[in-house]
Design a protein around this ligand. Structure first.
Ligand SMILES: *Cc1c(COP(=O)(O)O)cnc(C)c1O
Length: 399
């Protein structure tokens, strides 16, 4: 099986580039140039040096002995939570800002949900001295105040999206509208493996540093570079794509995706796209998408804003469809329980998104002699108010 993107931007039936006429020249240029720019020696040198000295890579691969004992298998944690700005998102924004500079762009736009991608984008814009506008749903602006403050302090303008449910999907629509109006000087930094070709492949390549490091780090720990399982939570799918990338063709490595079931898959308030989704087009690519029979997007729900998206990247749609990846889901409550458990057992407070991955580890069926790597995509600082409400026994549902 081949899991790499085709020339036209497809993974099996999924992907492609379904965009308005006005974006053709920008997208064409990206499609023609991204591989060449990214493989240039001076680009790689600058990218690798910023990942090392600015982001703090390589991120550690940590053997979680207490979790391992409890689950009766060998559990390693890939510590993306220790990156500068607190999650994996910075790997991609560093890569894309270097690309934007080589394309001669002077203005950056981005969309954000919980604000992690917005903060990572505002950070690299401050670093490189480029103008930055971040689109964010009006509701997300209200409930993610600390990240909004960070973006503003970093010099970004945060533009509210007033349409639809005023969350991530609507912020993405606004960012696309801006790009249509400013095609010459502006680059759009998409925050996950979604959007028209080449974004899913480009973002996966920038995030693939995660599995590149896993291979040599696991070899240092165990003498073998391949684990039996790699587990990651999935919103759009960028941390999962990065954690899977160098194992895609190694069929002995089982790939495990964990999506957000919200209040429960059948509750009507969920973001479990692989179960509830069908083939459709969203934000420029054909993928699995939560929609009604006549193609209206169904509003997703998860307590974690980073997983609250009605679609999934086309690579993951293909991995799921071809059964290369297994999919599990965790509800809001299971995720919060798992976050507290990880905190008490290993002294690590994970992001709410990441906590979903930890909630299903006992369902994977790993044997005592087997090895599992969990992608610890981000830290929980941004989610403290949700965790504290839970401790206080308050209603924690996000809306
Ligand atoms: C944004 C985010 C996610 C979800 O995005 P993916 O593209 O699916 O990785 C997961 N974990 C954390 C910590 C995030 O900030």
């Amino acid at each position: 099986m081949n899991y790499q993107v085709t020339e036209e931007g497809f993974y099996g039936d999924f992907g492609g580039s379904f965009i308005p006429e006005m974006l053709h020249s920008n997208i064409d240029k990206l499609q023609r140039q991204y591989i060449e720019i990214m493989s240039d020696a001076s680009f790689q040198k600058e990218f690798r040096s910023l990942l090392k000295d600015y982001v703090g890579r390589p991120s550690p691969l940590y053997f979680a002995s207490k979790l391992s004992k409890e689950l009766n298998t060998n559990v390693y944690l890939k510590r993306e939570d220790l990156n500068h700005t607190g999650a994996h998102k910075i790997n991609n924004t560093i890569g894309q800002i270097l690309l934007a500079k080589r394309l001669g762009k002077t203005r950056i736009i981005a969309e954000t949900g919980a604000g992690q991608h917005g903060v990572a984008t505002a950070t690299v814009c401050a670093l490189m001295g480029l103008e930055c506008v971040v689109y964010m749903g009006k509701i997300d602006i209200a409930r993610q105040a600390p990240n909004v403050a960070r973006m503003r302090m970093l010099g970004a303008r945060v533009e509210p999206a007033f349409s639809g449910s005023q969350t991530l999907k609507d912020a993405t629509n606004e960012a696309i509208r801006d790009w249509i109006n400013n095609p010459v000087n502006t680059h759009y930094i998409i925050g996950s493996v979604v959007g028209p070709h080449p974004y899913p492949d480009m973002v996966a390549r920038f995030q693939s540093i995660i599995s590149e490091e896993m291979k040599w780090q696991l070899k240092e720990h165990t003498g073998k570079e391949n684990p039996d399982y790699v587990v990651a939570c999935v919103g759009g799918g960028s941390n999962a794509a990065g954690a899977f990338y160098h194992f895609l063709e190694d069929e002995d490595v089982k790939l495990v995706l964990v999506e957000a079931a919200g209040m429960g898959i059948d509750s009507g308030e969920s973001a479990a796209t692989s179960v509830l989704g069908s083939k459709g087009i969203i934000h420029g690519s054909r993928t699995l998408l939560m929609q009604t029979e006549d193609g209206q997007i169904v509003e997703p729900y998860s307590i974690s804003a980073g997983l609250d998206y009605p679609g999934i990247g086309p690579l993951h749609a293909h991995l799921i469809n071809s059964k290369r990846a297994m999919v599990f889901s965790a509800t809001d409550t299971q995720a919060i329980d798992a976050a507290f458990h990880l905190t008490r057992e290993e002294g690590i407070i994970p992001a709410l998104e990441t906590a979903h991955a930890f909630a299903i580890l006992d369902q994977v069926g790993a044997k005592p002699e087997e090895t599992m790597i969990v992608c610890l995509s981000g830290r929980g600082d941004k989610d403290l108010s949700t965790y504290i409400s839970y401790l206080d026994g308050k209603e924690v549902k996000r809306h």
